[in-house]
Design a protein around this ligand. Structure first.
Ligand code: WQD
Length: 336
């Protein structure tokens, strides 16, 4: 039996493939490399013995899916494959709905036909908006702010409705802000173009590819005025996927949304200071205007993850930034 990781050449998928291997699973990665590097697959295979299997292919091609299920006896799946740039999704909504929903529908259909009945879905915490106060619970989902967010919201509904009438059971992991890298320094985040997200941008400043960090607003109603988010180490996140598959194996019927975060919020300025500690020198930054669409503060309620998965994070912000820096300083141009 084997575990299929769709989009397993991507940032979170590659780290999850390693964590699944370390948990004793036979891993098969399917990725069309549209937004990932073959070198990431090579790095995953260099960390795994026997090496994980890699199939280059597109989930929108039913022949690819049928072949993978038939040849590898897939009995569980972790589904990452998706376009994920919020701004790009606003400019190209049809491409996002076609790709993200089409691949989820095709995958669920293949699972129902071939009998793989345990699915962990890579969802997002983007549909929560600005909480009034305190941590965000799973009950707070209100929709989405972008076509990208709507594809995650709609995919959750597709899987919920499918799980209600088939043997498919799913855990819908709603991530907050993944950062960091595998401690080997050989796997990491390698965004195409100028990073949208804070930590990869900070790291590219630290390694000299960009000149300074722009802090999007320091006039929010937060402890130091800058935005507060729940940053989670990508290895903690990867291990949460293993815990979710294990929980499905013990019996977790239907489709279960679970927030995945540390339960602790950190501000932009705190992240920049932690990065400076990891790098060993100050990170130049400038406070500029707010970014449209940003909210002031959000962080995850973690009790449902602890209760249903028996899982919690173990790595703090300094470890996140140390591991991210080891990757970035060892690979200044990413997987180029
Ligand atoms: C974090 C904080 C910014 C960049 C996004 C996606 C979400 C999810 C996670 C996929 C905010 C500030 C940022 C910069 C800054 N991705 N910032 N300067 O917006 O919380 O969430 O990534 O699931 O879908 O929306 O993450 O890293 O962009 O921003 O000051 O150059 O850093 O204002 O307060 P975000 P982020």
């Amino acid at each position: 039996m084997a575990t299929l990781v769709t989009g397993g050449a991507g940032y979170i998928g590659s780290h999850t493939a390693v964590a699944l291997h370390e948990a004793g699973r036979d891993v098969v990665i399917v990725d069309n490399l549209a937004n990932a590097s073959r070198r990431a697959v090579e790095a995953v295979r260099a960390l795994t013995t026997p090496e994980v299997v890699f199939v280059e292919g597109d989930l929108l091609d039913p022949v690819v899916l049928d072949r993978v299920f038939a040849e590898h006896e897939i009995d569980e799946v972790v589904h990452f494959a998706a376009h994920k740039a919020v701004g790009e999704s606003v400019a190209h909504p049809l491409e996002y709905y076609r790709n993200n929903l089409g691949s989820t529908i095709g995958l669920a259909d293949a699972m129902v036909r071939h009998g793989g009945n345990r699915l962990v879905f890579s969802s997002a915490g983007t549909g929560y908006g600005q909480p009034e106060t305190g941590p965000v619970t799973e009950a707070a989902a209100t929709g989405a702010e972008s076509p990208y967010g709507w594809t995650k919201y709609m995919a959750e509904q597709i899987l919920t409705d499918t799980a209600a009438v088939t043997d498919l059971d799913a855990v819908l992991l709603r991530y907050f802000n993944p950062v960091g890298a595998h401690p080997s320094g050989t796997l990491g985040e390698d965004p195409h173009g100028i990073p949208n997200n804070l930590v990869p941008f900070v790291m590219q400043v630290a390694v000299g590819r960009l000149d300074r960090v722009r802090v999007f607003g320091a006039d929010y109603d937060t402890p130091d005025g800058s935005g507060v988010r729940d940053y989670i180490h990508v290895m903690d996140l990867a291990e949460a996927h293993v815990a979710a598959l294990d929980a499905l194996g013990r019996g977790l019927p239907g489709a279960t949304p679970i927030n995945i975060g540390t339960g602790v919020g950190h501000s932009v300025l705190e992240v920049i200071e932690a990065a400076a500690r990891a790098v060993g020198s100050p990170i130049p930054y400038e406070v500029v205007g707010r970014r449209p669409g940003d909210i002031a503060m959000t962080w995850a309620a973690t009790d449902r993850a602890e209760e249903l998965l028996g899982w919690r994070t173990s790595r703090d912000l300094d470890e996140m930034l140390r591991d991210h820096w080891r990757w970035q300083s060892s690979n200044p141009d990413g997987y180029a």
